[in-house]
Design a protein around this ligand. Sequence first.
Ligand code: PHE
Length: 367
Amino acid sequence: MPDDGIPPLNGWSESELDRAFASVAKEVELSARSLNSPEEQEQFRLYWLGRKQGRLKAISDAWLKAAPPQAKKLIGQRFNTLKAEVEQRLERAAASSPGHEFDAETIDITLPGTRRKLGAEHPLIRTWHEIVGIFQRMGYSVGVGPEVETDYYNFESLNFPPGHPARDTQDTLVIAGQERKPLRDRLLMRTHTSPVQIRTMEQQPPPVRIVIPGKVHRNDAADATHSPIFHQVEGLCVDTNITFADLKGTLDHAMKELFGSSVRTRFFPSFFPFTEPSADVQISCPFCAGSGCRKCKHSGWIELLGCGMVDPTVFEFARLKQPAYDPKKISGFAFGMGIDRIAMMKYGIGDIGLLYSGDLRFLEQFA
Ligand code: PHE
């Protein structure tokens, strides 16, 4: 803080008054550099505005006393400006200090606040979490894998050899400019979550119980039931003595958890290159309890997922990195289900596109 001496006035001309007040204003500015704590602010206030000992009062007294009548007004005006400046600095310092409360006189605390709408979990994500949760409660862990995948993981290691017609069943979106790489290294958008089966086995020896939810891509034209982007939950269980009965029991339980305990399951022979034997799983129609309706095309059953016992060829690929996957010693099952289809069934959604439209009129129904 500057010393307490009153700065001298050399006459009463306006320019001399301006000079003198500017120098006091400079003092104010210097002493206002550090006003961070309430203590510093109070010290500053007392120093400048204190009613008896304040410096503004002392200076104004000294200057006004000696001033001729016509100069008093000019001095008074300049003091008011200076005082306002000191007060403003205090106000600003108080407003930016932590813990500052709004001035009760200017803010009506009885007014309702600005209400923000609560978000809602997207029906697809809700279904995703529900499916994953069911398997977590059975002791499964949760994994992830890349959406941009190599030909090796998406196809070759899952027993889709190069040029094999089974590849054509999954219309694949490939990444451009990969032609100079060997086929196995070429990148594509994964067409299913099954590549994470191999990735998981390469990372850890058996036993494995894992589910992998994620996004997949296929070169399908969009319509009410198809979207080039959709979601799957992959499951993989490998241990000693895992049988088809384990697969049936696990999936039957999962479907009952998802759709209600009265739902039944049945398994039909099917084909996937990476499982043997393979099956498609149908559930009794949860809408008509199996008596036949539009949703189940009057059959009483709805096909929901693919599964099977892990093909020994797949274990052979895993074994290149983890020798413990010896198909003579261990066995396992795998399954894959579409999250979108299950969400559509659970919530009565007729068009898969609604899941990707971002339309609030649709989404708000799930809030
Ligand atoms: N990946 C298969 C598909 O997308 C589903 C599947 C997964 C089948 C695991 C069997 C075992 O159609």
